[in-house]
Design a binder for this molecule. Structure first.
Ligand SMILES: [Zn+2]
Length: 44
């Protein structure tokens, strides 16, 4: 608990999967490598 770095989609943390930090509309977000392809392809 207390970790703020979780995938914004599935909630996985960096112990579980590699997380990638990115910015969208000036907001910093984290996404895991598993959800990243969905983000790239624009699937919800
Ligand atoms: Zn994820």
């Amino acid at each position: 608990m207390g970790k703020e770095d979780n995938c914004e989609r599935c909630g996985a943390d960096s112990d579980e999967r590699a997380l990638v930090e990115y910015q969208f509309k000036g907001e910093k977000k984290n996404i895991c490598v598993r959800c990243l392809p969905q983000l790239i392809h624009g699937k919800g």
